[in-house]
Design a protein around this ligand. Structure first.
Ligand code: SF4
Ligand code: SF4
Length: 134
């Protein structure tokens, strides 16, 4: 599966008008994509986790440039984001939900890959439309 968010392309106006309710399937947090985080976002997440910037960066990111880092994946065949948590009820959550970076906050209302309706369970007219709990 290659469903992780990877770009920030698309028409924000069109997406913002579309009804959306997250079904917590976790598909946007797995796969071959990536989540880039700015220096400011790293500092916010580090503060949320009560870590120094240096400790957070070393444990959870790779360095792309002086201003940009990328979240690492956890172990797992579906390449989950290191902050993805799966509940016993099958529902997924984000361990840094209140501090998650803009790339995550803005999906899928402000940006999405062209094939997002095929795998995001919360989008109207999505692929199988199955409740992830069933
Ligand atoms: S930071 Fe949270 S919302 Fe973003 S990909 Fe990771 S688990 Fe998903
Ligand atoms: S319903 Fe969409 S936004 Fe919510 S977790 Fe699934 S893929 Fe991500």
């Amino acid at each position: 599966m290659s469903t992780r968010m990877s770009t920030s392309e698309g028409s924000a106006k069109r997406f913002l008008l579309e009804p959306f309710e997250c079904r917590r399937c976790g598909r946007c947090c797995t796969g071959e994509g990536y989540v880039n985080v700015s220096r400011e976002e790293c500092e916010e997440i580090a503060s949320h986790l009560r870590l120094s910037f240096e400790d957070f960066a070393a444990a959870y990111t790779i360095d792309l440039s002086p201003y940009l880092r990328r979240l690492v994946d956890a172990e797992g065949e579906d390449q989950p984001c290191v902050f993805l948590r799966r509940g016993a009820d099958g529902l997924c959550s984000c361990a840094i939900h209140t501090a998650k970076p803009s790339q995550c906050r803005d999906f899928p209302s402000k940006w999405r890959p062209e094939d997002a309706k095929q795998w995001c369970a919360g989008l109207i007219g999505n692929g199988d439309g199955k409740d992830p709990r069933s």
